[in-house]
Design a protein around this ligand. Structure first.
Ligand code: 13P
Length: 232
């Protein structure tokens, strides 16, 4: 995987397929020239509808079985068959809202890799962990479940920085990314309130191999500015 990675995680947005098609088209055009690995993670149902040329599509989650009686789940081969090449696993909203365990996340990552998908594996501590000085221990435990593969990158997303407008400081990011790289040898993306106004500063932090962007990835012009900052 050559180059820095810019990934748009749309989460459960936008509300309609028309809006998704329009938004994806705009982002596709605005980012076409940037020398980055450009990834778009829309909700599952929009994946087969988005005809884009300059971005690679992925899914925000996946199940670890190939087929069978698993109501509501989506398998790695299903994702591949509708054009997804990547998947996010272990996002903090799946860990903390849906209640996924490290073991489940590990199984999802392994199944996705085995099927030929590339993986963004999310880790990150909660505010109470950081305040108690446990952030390295928490992340180290999460990392112990990560299947190391050249097709997998880690995303460090401190839970207290997601959707809060409060990003981690350059020092906090640099030291945690160094910690993750030392243990895994993998690329590390940063995620958590990456916006146009802070992307330049965050892009210069050593050990940042890209961004995983939530809210700002729904605003094409702002997302492009983030991409320009990352491309340098
Ligand atoms: P925000 O950029 O909205 O803080 O979300 C970050 C995130 O969770 C990306 O996966």
């Amino acid at each position: 995987m050559e180059g820095r990675i810019l990934a748009a995680n749309w989460k459960m947005n936008p509300a309609t397929k028309e809006e998704a098609i329009r938004l994806a088209g705009e982002i596709d055009d605005l980012l076409s020239e940037l020398p980055l690995v450009r990834l778009l993670f829309p909700p599952f149902v929009y994946i087969p509808l988005l005809k884009i040329r300059n971005l690679t599509l992925g899914a925000q989650d996946v199940f670890y079985e190939e087929k069978g009686a698993f109501t509501g789940e989506i398998s790695p081969p299903m994702l591949l068959s509708v054009g997804a090449k990547w998947v996010i696993v272990g996002h903090s909203e799946r860990r903390n809202v849906i209640g996924e365990s490290d073991e489940v996340i590990r199984r999802k990552a392994e199944a996705a890799l085995k099927a030929g998908l590339k993986v963004i594996y999310c880790v990150g501590e909660k505010l109470e962990d950081r305040e108690a000085g446990r952030h390295f221990a928490v992340v180290e435990n999460q990392l112990s479940y990560v299947p190391v593969s050249e097709d997998l990158v880690v995303a460090y997303e401190p839970v207290w920085a997601i959707g809060t407008g409060r990003n981690a400081s350059p020092e906090q990011i640099e030291e945690m990314h160094a910690f993750i790289k030392e243990r895994t040898g993998l690329k590390v993306l940063y995620g958590g309130s990456v916006k146009a106004h802070n992307a330049g500063e965050l892009a210069r932090v050593p050990n940042v191999d890209g961004f995983l962007v939530g809210g700002a990835s729904l605003k094409p012009e702002e997302f492009r500015k983030i991409g320009e900052a990352l491309a340098g």
